[in-house]
Write a protein that binds this ligand. Structure first.
Ligand code: GTP
Ligand code: MG
Length: 426
């Protein structure tokens, strides 16, 4: 079974809590604070695995939860860092936010390329970090921040330069098997191909290109007729389409109608795909019957639409070299394969937990706490300017700054939000 669209739940590990502890030793009466820090929670990491081309594994497993960091202990002992949870996906997998449908990342890199999708929470500081000349016995430590959690949709869009499309039984798989080492199933009944096939086409000398054939399309595919048009997502990235027709009309359809119908279905799937350059591949020339098809009319139709036209036979091999050469030539001029950009911004982050915020004053330090903040903090990367900016904005909009002022916080005083401390500036 071919699976190319799944919904999963992922959660990175929470950071461990910092410890409140004091040094104890014989003959040392007032040992200083020595509570260790919490360990970091495990990340959720996606990894490209070139060995797979389906999301089948996710049909049976929907939940991925990374381990939590260990808590800190006395004697400056740090909690253990939890290992990352690695999720392997086929190349070309799009990671989307399930709720908004926004693209988070496109896994198009090479084998083994990693993408950290959800960061584990940071460990909280133990109390030894909070000792100051005026606060020699800090009775508090910080909790670790929460690991990010979210629901994702994984969608596979295969990585192919060239896509073979057309009605069932026109010979798409036969052609792919002739020009590449792919071994797709070929038979004289409709919908022989039930899932996309990929093949590497060598063009001699150059690096070659990747071609994909998909199940046959029919009229009404966009409404679900035949196998529907969902498989078009696998030629969505293709830079060039080989639009295959049966020029022998062995099934008594008119190739001109076929081309019009398929292009209509392409347009209903996506305007961009319908605008993609096409080569019309007139297959089965070995059985060409000029009584059945008006070749002049056909050629005029193709020419009027500005498409390239190549006659081939997957059986005799006629025209195949020319087809591959033409495709390679066009690919040299065409823009690179589509790689989807990130649409998901920090402000789209899901922040769970109670919205209540509390501010507690200890000398000139204001400690801000709240379940939602603990969740949010795990998602902020304090080394990243944009992330930091976003954090500032949230603090302002959620009324945290107002609350601080209410409690008497003025310029130069310290604000402490879990593992983040800064000087207050109005
Ligand atoms: N005579 C002749 N028969 C061909 C040629 N190309 C394909 N066929 C035959 O046409 C039938 C369908 O071929 P496939 O390659 O399975 O067609 P397809 O377009 O992949 O069909 P679906 O996967 O069902 O969409 C098979 O019986 C092939 O042997 C050709 O050039 N000449
Ligand atoms: Mg096929």
């Amino acid at each position: 079974m071919f699976v190319d669209n799944v919904k999963i739940y992922v959660k990175a590990g929470d950071g461990g809590n910092g410890a409140v502890a004091f040094h104890r030793e014989k003959y040392v009466s007032h040992g200083g604070p020595d509570g260790g820090d919490g360990g970091k929670g495990g990340n959720i990491v996606f990894r490209v695995d070139l060995g797979t081309n389906t999301l089948l594994a996710f049909r049976y497993r929907h939940k991925f939860i990374a381990g939590n960091g260990g808590n800190g202990k006395g004697g400056k002992l740090h909690g253990a860092t939890a290992p990352d949870l690695i999720i392997s996906v086929p190349p070309g997998t799009l990671i989307k936010d399930a709720e908004t449908g926004k693209i988070i990342h496109d896994m198009t890199e090479n084998d083994g390329a990693d993408y950290i999708c959800c960061r584990g929470g940071r460990g909280g500081f133990g109390n030894r970090h909070f000792a100051t000349p005026t606060r020699q016995v800090p009775m508090f430590a910080k909790n670790g921040t929460k690991g990010e959690e979210r629901e994702l949709v994984l969608e596979l869009k295969m990585l192919a330069d060239v896509g073979l499309i057309g009605y069932p039984s026109v010979g798409k798989s036969s052609l792919l098997s002739r020009i590449s080492s792919a071994k797709p199933k070929i038979a004289d009944y409709h919908f022989t191909t039930l899932s996309p096939n990929l093949g590497v086409v060598s063009t001699g000398g150059e690096s070659g290109f990747v071609a994909a054939d998909i199940p046959g399309l029919i009229e009404g595919a966009a409404d679900g007729a035949g196998l529907g048009h969902a498989f078009l997502r696998h030629v969505d990235r293709c830079r060039l389409l080989l639009h295959v027709v049966d020029i022998s009309c062995s099934e008594y359809r008119d190739p001109i109608d076929d081309i019009k119908n398929i292009n209509y279905e392409l347009r209903r799937y996506s305007e961009a795909l319908a605008e993609r350059p096409q080569i019309i591949v007139a297959n089965k020339t070995d059985m060409l019957d000029r009584e059945r098809v008006d070749i002049d009319e056909f050629e005029e139709f193709v020419k009027d639409n500005g498409w390239e036209l190549i006659y081939v036979s997957a059986i005799t091999g006629e025209g195949l070299d020319e087809m591959v050469a033409k495709a390679a030539e066009m690919l040299r001029e065409l823009p690179p394969m589509i790689i989807y950009e990130r649409e998901y911004e920090p402000e789209d982050a899901y922040v769970g937990g109670s919205k209540e915020t509390t501010v507690r004053r200890e000398n000139d330090t204001f400690i801000v706490e709240g379940e939602w903040l603990l969740n949010l903090m795990g998602q902020i990367n304090f080394d990243d300017y944009e992330s930091l900016n976003f954090f500032q904005k949230v603090l302002k909009n959620s009324g945290v700054f107002d609350l601080l002022e209410e409690k008497g916080c003025t310029d130069g005083m310290t604000v402490s939000i879990y593992d983040f401390e800064f000087d207050y500036v109005k």
